[in-house]
Design a protein around this ligand. Structure first.
Ligand SMILES: Nc1ncnc2c1ncn2[C@@H]1O[C@H](COP(=O)(O)OP(=O)(O)OP(=O)(O)O)[C@@H](O)[C@H]1O
Ligand SMILES: [Mg+2]
Length: 448
């Protein structure tokens, strides 16, 4: 896979310091040897005397001063050369350090490029792939860099027209950020990727393209599976809630028909007994009266249970009036709280599940307010925003939700389930000491 990477051209490496020192020593020995040989030759042939004799006629031009001058010049040149050598040495060291840093950086970037999980490629302006990393090769279902190099990136586009459009945009110097790019790799495998393609220009290199790809094929499959599972879950919750409501309705009917009738019969019998013994058998009369009262009381309790099981008002009156009725009952139980009801839009054509969900939401929120909120004002609003959406909100000005408190209740959880089963959204807005607003946006579907 290494050939996928373009290496920086090999640069000139300076020889190591000991080698350089050895060479300098050898040159020095040569200089000393040449000087010694000159001295020996001069001594043997009396060269200076000979020079003096030759230059005597030129005494008036001070030629005889030249040897000393040349000697000083030679020493100065030696010093000059030494200084230049030292400078060259320092410069060389800097270059070597820079070279080493460059090599280290190259290794770093090489690793980043090669090990990057995102597919990265460098292509010519026309899209011909020049260089790519292993992730890029993998993503396109290839086995080797050589299979990608030389091919046009556009060949891997599932939609060839899109590649034309992208090329035009890139030629105009635009950077492309593509949310989902569909690619078709080797042997037709479909790849979905988040892509970024941008024009690339650097000095000395002809213009090209940089391509970055992040494979999201698996993610998309997972997302789809998750969405399917969620939809199934919703359907299941919806079914479960429908069954639950049915069961409650049956139970309420049974209570009404069986227990209610029996209680009424008991009450009527007790009334007959009471009337029969009135003024004659006081003990039986007292017992009969007690039975009448008790059966009346039990009937009231059963009626309350029936109401909670199945809000009869919902069937009889429709949503708006049923909520109104609920509020009326609640006001009687909480006389110190100012409770307002605001309803807007047409609420008459909502399906049964929606009606029950809204009713149960109002019921649970009102119960919560009575139990937990210590509120002075409550507003319940129902608003049909448009034909397809219903907003229901219950707001109070009580103590608000305690974020730190551990919640063990099931009311709010159940509400969320109900709302989400209808593909709605439940929202809780609260601030300590400023109350709580529970609101839900519910989609309205045609009534079956
Ligand atoms: N209107 C409100 N004001 C202040 N706190 C509230 C309000 N509604 C709910 N809470 C807080 O949120 C918690 C959870 O409410 P939830 O209705 O889920 O449970 P619960 O009412 O305690 O029990 P359950 O509803 O199961 O009988 C409550 O215990 C209470 O602390
Ligand atoms: Mg509750």
């Amino acid at each position: 896979m290494n050939e996928a990477w373009l290496t920086i051209p090999a640069t000139i490496y300076a020889p190591h310091a000991p080698v350089r020192q050895r060479r300098a020593l050898r040159d020095l020995v040569l200089v000393i040897g040449a000087s010694a040989a000159t001295f020996l030759l001069s001594s043997a042939f009396q060269l200076r005397e000979w020079l003096t004799d030759i230059t005597r006629p030129l005494e008036r031009y001070q030629i005889d001063e030249l040897p000393l001058t040349f000697a000083v010049l030679a020493v100065s040149l030696a010093w000059f050369a030494w200084r230049r050598w030292r400078h060259a040495e320092e410069e060389l060291q800097l270059r070597v350090a820079a070279q080493q840093a460059l090599v280290a950086h190259e290794a770093q970037y090489r690793t980043l490029f090669m090990e990057n999980l995102a597919g990265t490629a460098l292509a010519s302006a026309q899209g011909e792939i020049l260089l790519c990393n292993p992730a890029f090769i993998r993503m396109l279902g290839l086995e080797h860099a050589s299979q990608a190099r030389g091919r046009n990136f556009g060949q891997f586009y599932a939609d060839k027209d899109l590649w034309q459009k992208h090329q035009q945009a890139l030629a105009a110097g635009r950077k492309l950020e593509i949310g989902v790019l569909e690619l078709r790799g080797a042997s037709g495998i479909e790849v979905k990727a988040i892509a970024c393609v941008q024009p690339h220009r650097s000095p000395g290199v002809s213009a090209g393209l940089l391509v970055f790809l992040a494979d999201i094929s698996e993610l998309q499959i997972m997302q789809r599976e998750l969405a399917d599972a969620l939809a199934e879950n919703r359907l299941l919750s919806q079914k479960y809630l429908m069954v639950q409501e049915d069961e409650r309705r049956n139970l309420a009917r049974e209570l009404h028909d069986e227990l209610g009738q029996c209680l009424n019969a008991i009450k009527l019998d007790a009334v007959v007994i009471r009337d029969m013994v009135q003024g004659r058998q006081p003990e039986i009369e007292v017992s009969a009266k007690a039975i009448v009262e008790l059966s009346g009381h039990v009937y009231e309790v059963v009626r309350g249970i029936m109401q909670r099981l199945r809000p009869a008002a919902l069937d009889a009156l429709g949503l708006r009036d049923a909520v109104e009725h609920l509020l009326g009952q609640w006001r009687r139980g909480n006389p110190g709280v100012d409770c307002r009801f605001v309803a807007g839009g047409d609420l008459s054509d909502l399906d049964e599940m929606l009606n029950i969900t809204v009713y149960r939401l109002a019921q649970e929120c009102l119960t919560n307010i009575a139990k937990h909120a210590r509120a002075a004002h409550v507003t319940v609003s129902l608003e049909r925003r448009d034909p397809h959406e219903l907003l229901v909100a219950v707001a109070d000005d009580g103590c608000g939700l305690d974020a730190a408190a551990k919640r063990t209740g099931l009311g709010l959880i159940g509400l969320r389930e109900r709302v989400e089963a209808l593909s709605g959204r439940l929202h809780l807005a609260t601030e300590p000491g400023k109350g709580l607003t529970v609101s839900a946006v519910l989609p309205v579907t045609a009534q079956h």
